[in-house]
Every structure is written in C-alpha cells, then in structure tokens.
Ligand binder design. Structure first.
Ligand SMILES: [Fe+2]
Ligand SMILES: [Fe+2]
Length: 452
C-alpha cells in the first residue's frame, strides 16, 4: 500500500493542481491557495525520510507545506466577505473530492517521510510507572520554568524588535489561527471517560461557544493589534519548515488513531509550557509595542487557563489511562512529551537563525563574502516573484540591473539596486520580487573566495 509507484499518478496530479500553483505575491489572499512547488520532486522523494540534518532544507519545506495542506483539508475555511465567483471556484477546488482523495492517498507515505526520524531520535526506555512519569514531568517543568526564555531575550535584544516579534507571531499563526482544530479530530468515537475529559479542554479552547472567547479569536485580536493581517494564512509563504513540522505532528497524532497515547503526552507538554512562556511573551509584546493598544489577551488567557489544562491533561487523561490500561501505555506518552520538546527546540533554533538573518538583512549587512559574478543574471519582468524558499547552501542574491526587494520574514523588504547583493546562509529562507522594469537578477550558490 505504501509503494510509491502506485501513488505516482496522484503525485503527478498534485504537481500541476490549481490550489498548489505559485502565487503572484508573497502575501496570500485566499485560504484555498497554497503554493506548493512539487515540480522538482519526483514521487520517489517520499522514499527518502527527512533526517535531523535535512529538516531545514527546501525539500523539507515543500514536503511539510504539502502535509500541512493535506491536514488542513480537515478544517473548514470560509471567505471573509461574500462569496465572489473566484472564491466559489477556489473554495470548491480546495475541497474537491478527487483532489482531497489524491492528497489522502499520498499522506501515509508523506507522514513516514516527515516523521520517521523521530523514532530514531527519541528513546523512551523504561521501566515506567505512573509515579516515575509524574516525577519526570514535574522535573522537566521545573527546569523549563527556571530557564529564562532565550527567544524573548533575543527578540528584545534585536535591533528590530517589532519586526522580530511580528515574525514570531507569524510562526505561531501556522497553528493558532485555527487553534485546537487537531484536538477536534481526536474527539469522534466512543472511548469512555477520557473522551469527556478531553471535551472539557476542547470546550475551553473553543471559547465554550462564545466566539469572542475562542482562543483563535483572541489570537486574531492580538496579531491585529500589532499590525498583522488576520486573514487566514496570509503569511503562508513565510512559515518555516520547523513550524509546519510541529503543527503537522499534532495533526498526525490525532488523525493516526494508534498514536492516541502519544498525543496525550504531546497535549500535556503543549499545555504545560504555556503558562510560563505565554506570560513572558505577553509582557514582551507590551514592552516592544507599548502598553497602549497592544492586545495581549491571547497570551494572558493561556497564562491562566493552561495551568488548569496541564493539570487536567495529567490527572484526568494520562493518570486514568495508565490506571485502566497499565504501565505499558506510558512509553508512548513519554514519546509525545519528548517529541514536543524536540520539535519545540527545533522551531526555536530555526526561528532564531532566521531572525539573525532578517536582522542582518534589514540593518544593511548580509554582504557577500567575495566578488559576485553577475554574468549569469537573468532578465526578469517587474512583478517577478522568487517564491520564499530555503537555501540549501550559502547563496548569493544579486542584482545586475534595476531594483529588487528581498525579504526573509520581517515583512519589511530591503531594496537592492544594480550592483548590490546579499548572502543567504544555508538553511535560511529568502524571497525576492522585482520592482522595476527590465531588472536582471541572479540567485546562485556562493562561490568560495579564491586564495591569493
Ligand atoms: Fe488555547
Ligand atoms: Fe489550553
């Protein structure tokens, strides 16, 4: 069933489908348009699992975009205004049964490509008892809360703290614009008291039916108050591979039912770290944007309610599950906790490295380390978009003629004129758009500087 040759026709269909076509701009206007450039990837790419050293690459970005879009087809999105003809076509296209089916057929192989490395990286050797698990969780949490948030400190210290804070909110938007939708996928069925306990957490996440209290609504108010668009996945192009991977992992553990016990561990840790981190991040937003008009309601809410949610996740979900099914289910819970910690560290590392590059770019740095060869620069029309992508090797973006804007996720491009160039370190994301007629642009691996 997982033989990739059998899914090749569906893969080819996805390579040329309408919802995955490239966009004209790096801010997207429709929740049904998800540029996913599969053209350079044959179906055999699914036979090559991502590894720790390939997680922050262009292939990982594209595969995680694809997986994100596949899982997102479980979520309903509607246009903000009336349905235009274009909206209607795009809406029906995104949820079209044959398109959904092609995505679904690809998903099992793609899940394995994206998550296989976790089984090698994480060890959950026992023996475990509920007492060990409780001790382990208490110790992890105490350590976490005793360590100052490097991320907040680095954003504060950035020469562009507002842009950096917005860029981080963009990474959170991957998940928070439809927060807890994964949990909704864990609820169907009939599996005893745990289901009703899970429902209690879910009800809080969804504002117990009051739209203004729904966590995703609180998030929207927060990001709008600092100048970001709340339109669904406007910033899709700027989602880093690690942010997509973390969200995809939550989808995977809820959709893939044998991962139930693992999903509880992930849920516990996600709720457990929120009170500390969200209190800190809410304070940071006020500091960076000023107290006036900065809505930190989303972060304030989580600093409080997730103290309950983490207790509920442990005492009402994990503990009774172990009592009922025995110690044998504990390693999967530990796996969920450890995976969340590993992916949490990865997202932070990825974001901080991207932030460093964005800071350098906006401050006028990020210079190429040697002379730039412009002989291969190609003519590009005004409006040409180099889709935001991850550079797998150190890369130089250079302008031979005209003007080009370059951005890396700060949503404030740097304008390069003729003869100017920037160096993009390996693993970093960059996008460019031509803003003058008849520009000549080169995007090429940086050549080692010769000696002598
Ligand atoms: Fe929440
Ligand atoms: Fe929560």
């Amino acid at each position: 069933m997982f033989d990739t040759r059998h899914i090749d026709p569906f893969w080819k269909g996805l390579q040329s489908c309408e919802p995955y076509r490239p966009a004209a701009d790096w801010l997207l206007e429709s929740p049904y348009h998800r540029p996913t450039d599969l053209s350079a990837l044959p179906v055999e790419t699914l036979d090559e699992p991502l590894r720790p050293d390939t997680l922050l690459t262009q292939r990982s970005l594209v595969l995680n975009r694809l997986l994100f879009n596949i899982y997102q087809q479980n979520n309903l999105y509607l246009p903000e205004g009336r349905f235009s003809d274009a909206d209607t076509r795009a809406f029906q296209g995104f949820y079209e049964p044959r398109f959904v089916a092609a995505n679904a057929l690809v998903r099992p192989a793609l899940d394995r490509t994206c998550f296989d490395f976790l089984s090698r990286e994480i060890s959950v050797d026992g023996p475990w008892t509920i007492e060990h698990l409780e001790e382990y969780c208490t110790r992890l949490l105490a350590d976490y809360e005793a360590t100052p948030s490097d991320l907040c400190l680095r954003i504060e210290a950035s020469p562009h703290p507002q842009q950096a804070a917005r860029a981080y909110l963009v990474q959170l938007a991957v998940d928070f614009l439809a927060e807890a939708s994964q949990m909704a996928l864990a609820l169907p069925g009939n599996y005893g008291p745990a289901q009703s306990e899970m429902m209690k957490i879910f009800i809080d996440e969804f504002g117990y039916g009051v739209h203004q209290k729904k966590h995703s609504t609180l998030f929207v108010k927060t990001i709008e108050s600092v100048g970001l668009s709340a339109r669904m996945h406007t910033y899709y192009y700027w989602y880093l591979p690690s942010s997509l991977l973390l969200t995809n992992y939550f989808f995977w553990t809820t959709v893939h039912k044998p991962s139930w016990f693992e999903s509880l561990g992930g849920l516990y840790w996600a709720e457990a770290v929120n009170p500390y981190f969200h209190r800190r991040f809410g304070q940071l937003l006020k500091k960076v944007f000023g107290r006036e008009g900065t809505d930190t309601g989303y972060f304030d809410e989580h600093a409080g309610i997730d103290l309950h949610h983490r207790r509920m996740a442990f005492d009402k979900l994990m503990r009774p599950m172990v009592r009922q099914y025995g110690d044998a289910v504990i390693p999967a819970m530990v796996r969920g906790i450890e995976t969340y910690r590993l992916l949490g560290d990865l997202t932070e590392r990825d974001f901080l490295a991207q932030m460093d590059f964005c800071d350098a770019l906006l401050t006028g740095g990020a210079a190429a380390s040697g002379p730039v060869d412009l002989s291969l620069a190609e003519e590009r029309p005004r409006g040409f978009l180099l889709e935001p992508r991850v550079c797998d090797v150190d890369t130089v973006v250079a302008v031979a003629r005209g003007e080009v804007e370059v951005d890396a996720g700060y949503l404030q491009p740097r304008r390069l004129g003729a003869g100017e160039a920037v160096r993009v370190p390996a693993g970093r994301m960059v996008g460019a758009r031509v803003v003058s007629e008849g520009a000549r642009l080169s995007v090429a691996p940086e050549r080692p500087v010769g000696r002598g």
